[in-house]
Ligand binder design. Structure first.
Ligand code: F6R
Length: 613
């Protein structure tokens, strides 16, 4: 949520900042801006809308500046309009700040500053930061600062060390001070921030994707830390201002490829990458000679397993519950992360709490990890971004190795997450003495099963053409098919804006069936062979009321279903079918969104990682 970049070096800053922002646009795309520092003054460009809106004004500036910061925004405080776009400057225009996160006490700080005559130029929470930085260098206006003016005894680092304790909330910050043009400051609390060291200078970014080709070393800044970057060095400090040493990871841009590789959209590319994502993820669980093993130590026989996440990752948890309970016979509770803390969860020592997150940054999921830990549960993260906040907060981590996912709507990370939950269920089943050789074999072959499901694209596209004009659509399914229906419905509405809802197939007649009219599309998932007759009956209930039914089932069952069109899939182990049936649902959503002319990779109002509650 919001992407920040910064550069200080010997190259022109503006093209590097623009490239960095393009790579981070998935994090938020309501408005964007950049500040370049040249000859002791800031030159800023800010625009409502996409990063691309910055290109012309930045080119027009034709600045020789070799230091700058930039931002792409997902609005939280104030509309996505130019005055609220970052960077924000102090009233004296000596400080410029880009921020990802939320300053929770911004209203109080703003009131204090306004009371001493500070005029604000935006509605954002962020603006209090440059305004505070300006004030702490002045005598007496704030308790923290009985200090002389900046540039004499007061360094930007000292100013920042004074300001950070005044803030509550979360932040990743890039900060420039016009009086100290050889320094780029950064700080982090609860939002991701990386420093990249390159041949041509030092970089700051919310994500690896934004680093230029010359970057070969990366430092992850963690909570409370501050970085001071110069053209060819970085020094890190703890919140007390003491210098600390940090270890860098080696980095290569080539391994972080973020281009579309000939596809029209990242989402379509990522759909095709699912067999590979699942293969790489599962390789973690099988030794070279095919023996199943878990790489982390987990509690033996947990009393209960909690599965907690948001959005699509929550649907992964729904699937995980069915599989875990059937296979390992351990009671599971599934919770939406944003509700978890407020439901006074009866979670305790002896419980295993599993948190599923692609980004590893989702604020609600992170807060749920902390809640579970504070109540004594063992916490396990299933995350796609190594070193992310959720990965760091959990007692153990099982990675999804889906690679960087760029489309806002998740596909390959979803599939990788499902495969980890199957593996987890298999682990606990084995521990309890319930060997499941058929499932284990099918799990190893899951990448091939997913690959085969990709061949349903033609029928998915045909169905997309049938439903693209509809105003509403309904997804129905029972048991595991219901969990898949939830994901299919979310994907469809998220990227095509066609309103849809998912229901357990037997539940429709308890109310929702009154919405079915002549021509209403119903996507019926009937891959669960055990429940096929029941789902077939539910399909008849809606066709009798005029619905157009598009069914998804396993090969050979087509004739049992009264449907306008059917997508048939090669069956795998019944507990693994959600991984297979989700593929045509992703393709269906993709093609509906394409036909409706939607911005598939960047659906409106969304952002890839949601770092606000
Ligand atoms: C939907 C989607 C979201 C995420 C949710 C959780 O396509 O991508 O629903 O699944 O925001 O995000 P992570 O997995 O990063 O915690």
């Amino acid at each position: 949520m919001c992407g920040i970049v910064g550069y200080i070096g010997d190259s022109k800053a503006s093209p590097l900042l623009l490239e960095g922002l393009r790579a981070l646009e998935y994090r938020g795309y309501d408005s964007a801006g950049a500040a370049l520092l040249l000859d002791g003054a800031f030159h800023t460009v800010r625009r409502a809308g996409r990063v691309e809106q910055l290109k012309e004004p930045l080119n027009a500036l034709n600045s020789k500046a070799t230091i700058g910061i930039a931002h792409t925004r997902w609005a939280t405080h104030g509309a996505p309009a130019e005055p609220n776009a970052h960077p924000h400057l102090s009233a004296d225009e000596r400080w410029a700040v880009v921020h990802n996160g939320i300053i929770e006490n911004a209203d109080e700080l703003r009131a204090d500053l306004e009371a001493i005559g500070v005029a604000f130029a935006s509605e954002t929470d962020t603006e209090v930061i440059p305004q505070l930085l300006e004030r702490v260098g002045m005598d007496g206006d704030f308790e923290c600062a009985a200090l002389e003016n900046l540039g004499e005894q007061y360094t930007p680092l000292e100013a920042l060390l004074d300001v950070l304790p005044l803030l509550k909330g979360s932040w990743a910050l890039g900060i420039l001070c016009a009086d100290v043009p050889d320094t780029l400051l950064c700080a982090c609390q609860g939002s991701p921030l990386l420093v990249g060291e390159g041949e041509n200078g030092m970089y700051l970014a919310s994500d690896y994707a934004a680093f230029a080709e010359d970057v070969h070393k990366v430092y992850r800044i963690i909570d409370g830390e501050i970085g001071v970057l110069t053209q060819n060095s970085v020094t890190f400090y703890n919140p007390a201002g003491q210098e600390i040493s940090k270890t860098a990871e080696q980095f290569s841009r080539k391994e972080q490829s973020s281009d579309k590789g000939g596809y029209a959209h990242f989402m379509r590319k990522e759909i095709d990458e699912q067999p590979l994502a699942v293969r790489r993820t599962l390789a973690h669980f099988f030794s070279d000679d095919g023996v199943f093993r878990l790489s982390v130590e987990l509690p033996v026989k947990p009393r209960k397993i909690w599965l907690v996440a948001c959005g699509s990752a929550y649907h992964v948890c729904m699937t995980g519950k069915y599989v875990m309970e059937e296979l390992a016979r351990i009671p599971c509770e599934v919770a939406v992360a944003s509700e978890f803390r407020y439901q006074y969860p009866l979670i305790t020592q002896g419980d295993l709490a599993v948190f599923v997150s692609q980004s590893g940054e989702t604020a609600d999921t992170l807060a749920a990890v902390r809640e579970a830990s504070s109540r004594g549960a063992f916490t396990l993260g299933i995350v796609n971004v190594p070193g992310s906040a959720i990965a760091r907060a959990c007692g153990a981590v099982l990675p999804t190795l889906a690679g960087m996912e760029i489309a806002v709507a998740t596909t390959k990370a979803y599939s990788a997450q499902l495969s980890v939950l199957y593996a987890l269920a298999l682990h606990f089943a084995k521990e309890a003495g319930h060997e499941a050789p058929e499932l284990e074999k099918a799990l190893r072959q899951l990448p091939e099963a997913i690959q085969a499901a990709l061949s349903t694209e033609e029928t998915a596209q045909f169905i997309a053409e049938q439903i693209a004009d509809a105003e509403h659509a309904y997804f129905i399914g029972r048991n595991l098919d219901y969990a898949a229906a939830l994901e299919g419905s979310l994907k469809l509405k998220e990227i095509s804006y066609l309103h849809s809802e998912a229901y357990p197939a037997g539940e429709l007649k308890h109310g929702t069936i009154s919405l079915i009219e002549a021509g209403t599309p119903v996507i019926a998932l009937a891959c669960n062979e055990r429940l096929l007759p029941k789902t077939a009956a539910n399909i008849r209930e809606v066709t009798a009321r005029g619905a157009r039914v598009f069914a998804v089932c396993t090969n050979g069952n087509e004739d049992h279903l009264d449907a306008d069109a059917v997508i048939s899939l090669a069956a795998t182990h019944p507990l693994l079918m959600p991984s297979v049936e989700v593929i045509p649902l992703q393709l269906l959503s993709y093609h509906v969104a394409r036909i409706r002319g939607c911005d598939i990779d960047k659906p409106k109002n969304l952002a890839k990682s949601v770092t606000v509650e």
